[in-house]
Design a protein around this ligand. Structure first.
Ligand SMILES: Nc1ncnc2c1ncn2[C@@H]1O[C@H](COP(=O)(O)OP(=O)(O)OP(=O)(O)O)[C@@H](O)[C@H]1O
Ligand SMILES: CC(=O)N[C@H]1[C@@H]2OC[C@@H](O2)[C@@H](O)[C@@H]1O[C@H](C)C(=O)O
Length: 347
């Protein structure tokens, strides 16, 4: 079986919309080939709209859900036109997460899939997380199904995005969980320097680690919880940002980078991982990578740019393919829901 799919992913860092067009073929195993991929940076007004979405009234949020759906649909249409793609079988869209509170059984990714369908007249699969949280799961992370079926040659896959999450296999069972917030915090800290991110970790490199703050951060309850577990921006607002009052921004960057490196390496060491595939924009933060390497003997594998940047969009495209075939696309061992299932609304 061969299917060609587009995956749309809007990450927590709000740097842009990742679009990945890939070919998937199932023989004994699934194979993939990324054919085209692109990040469409958000225009300032869209970045702001999405960033402010948590403060909207219910009515305004519904309006944004439609408007952003058309934005996604048009972006996919432009991408198809620009690359003259004639064989797209489906579009799978993650949407943009506004609220994520699995303990209260809700999660919201805006960007109405029906609007994407109107713009493209192709099968669209969207809303991949809600079913899982209704079933008592965390609704995240979802990419482990792709790690399991497309990247099984690695001991573990680790994503350094807005948050850091890992998926790994123990006793033939794939588990996954969020490790710590990463770029969502680092990006906020560099706003003071009129930058959108700490390129290669160069600012953090010059700062001084505040041992008291480091201890406080490492003592947060989340780090002691057992998996499955996941983080949301609400958690950073409540537990991370209040710790930052009155401190030098450079030292905060240095301390937080050290904190992330410690949390990540402690997971690598705890599970005695031998080789780990690193992806997500934080992989370009050479200072953070250097710090992680100093704290573990595991092999850190940094793949080609296409995989670093588009693995998540690729896996959402793949989840759409699985959904269309009615195959399992959410692993309950990763999300903590009651059983493996095939998730996503098809229109
Ligand atoms: N050269 C670089 N040096 C340091 N950090 C970088 C570099 N390039 C990208 N980044 C970081 O990576 C971020 C983007 O990463 P990515 O696109 O993986 O995040 P995301 O998809 O929004 O997150 P998530 O996976 O949590 O949804 C940027 O906002 C920036 O913080
Ligand atoms: C609720 C939500 O959007 N979670 C994202 C977020 O960004 C990274 C981390 O937090 C991960 O749990 C998840 O995304 C990835 C793609 C996932 O579900 O696997």
């Amino acid at each position: 079986m061969i299917l060609h799919a587009i995956g749309l992913m809007s990450g927590t860092s709000l740097d842009g919309l990742d679009i990945c067009f890939a070919r998937f073929e199932k023989k004994d195993f699934w194979n993939f080939d990324i054919l085209r991929a692109e990040t469409i940076p958000y225009p300032k007004n869209w970045e702001e709209k999405l960033r402010n979405s948590i403060h909207l009234s219910a009515e305004e949020l519904l309006e944004l859900h439609s408007e952003y759906g058309f934005y996604l649909g048009k972006s996919a249409r432009n991408f198809i036109g620009k690359h003259q793609l004639e064989n797209v079988d489906l579009i799978a869209s993650h949407g943009h997460t506004v609220f994520h509170q699995p303990q209260k059984k809700f999660t919201l990714q805006i960007g109405d899939g029906r609007a994407i369908k109107i713009e493209n007249k192709l099968p669209v699969i969207y809303d991949f997380r809600s079913q899982d949280v209704l079933m008592g799961g965390n609704g995240a992370p979802l990419v482990p199904i792709g790690d399991e079926l497309l990247f099984s040659e690695y001991d573990a896959c680790l994503n350094l995005g807005g948050f850091s999450n890992i998926s790994l296999k123990i006793n033939e069972k794939r588990i996954a969980f969020d490790i710590a917030p990463v770029n969502i915090v680092l990006n906020k800290l560099v706003e003071k320097f009129n930058k959108s991110f700490d390129e290669n970790g160069d600012l953090a490199r010059t700062g001084k680690i505040d041992e008291d703050l480091l201890f406080k951060l490492n003592s947060l309850k989340f780090y002691k919880q057992s998996q499955p577990k996941s983080l949301g921006i609400e958690w950073c607002n409540e537990f991370i940002f209040p710790e930052f009052e009155n401190m030098d921004a450079i030292d905060l960057l240095a301390t937080f980078t050290e904190h992330v490196a410690q949390q990540i390496s402690s997971v690598i060491n705890e599970y005695q991982l031998k080789n780990i595939l690193f992806t997500g924009g934080g992989t370009y933060n050479s200072y953070l990578i250097q710090k992680i390497k100093e704290k573990t003997t595991a092999e850190i594998i940094i793949p080609e740019r296409e995989i670093i940047d588009y693995k998540e969009a690729l896996i959402f495209a793949f989840m759409g393919v699985l959904r269309l075939n009615n195959e399992i696309n959410v692993l309950s061992s990763a999300t903590g829901s009651s059983y493996d299932h095939s998730s996503g609304i098809i229109v």
